[in-house]
Design a protein around this ligand. Structure first.
Ligand SMILES: [Zn+2]
Length: 148
């Protein structure tokens, strides 16, 4: 289970294992009161050459593993939600990509958004991709992932 927390990626990268991650007081799945440390997983984020170690916890009651993740990022995406959305806004308005991020990656985002928006909301939404993006985020979906 992914738990989004408001933390600074810069600090996570700088402090490594010493970063003071918040510990959930209860397990979000079974509400058990024992939440134990369960190591770290490495992840990369745009703008940082070094890996970030993300904290994991484990609930011994229901065996659920909690992975803490900086809020503002989709699972398995290095660019922030805001950056991805800004790129799509720019592309839709200008018919070309902003230069900061590889065009291949941005192309994947747009194609996935197109497919996913139409899959969820129907053909009539092909000119409403930005709206689709925001709706999907509110539905806890990743609008730019290939999986539907
Ligand atoms: Zn539990």
């Amino acid at each position: 289970m992914i738990v989004s927390v408001i933390v600074s990626i810069k600090e996570i990268v700088a402090k490594g294992r010493d970063f003071p991650w918040p510990r959930p007081e209860v397990c979000p799945r079974c509400h058990g009161h024992r939440v134990w440390g369960h190591g770290f997983v490495a992840a990369f984020f745009d703008g940082f050459a070094d890996e970030a170690l993300l904290r994991r916890y484990r609930c011994p009651d229901c065996r659920c593993v909690l992975r803490l993740r900086p809020s503002g990022f989709f699972k398995r995406f290095q660019a922030s939600i805001k950056t991805i959305r800004d790129c799509i806004v720019y592309r839709l308005a200008n018919s070309r990509w902003p230069k900061a991020i590889s065009h291949t990656r941005q192309g994947h985002w747009l194609r996935s958004l197109y497919r996913k928006t139409l899959a969820y909301f129907g053909q009539g939404w092909k000119d409403r991709l930005l709206e689709g993006f925001d709706y999907l985020v509110r539905m806890d979906e990743i609008p730019v992932s290939r999986r539907i």
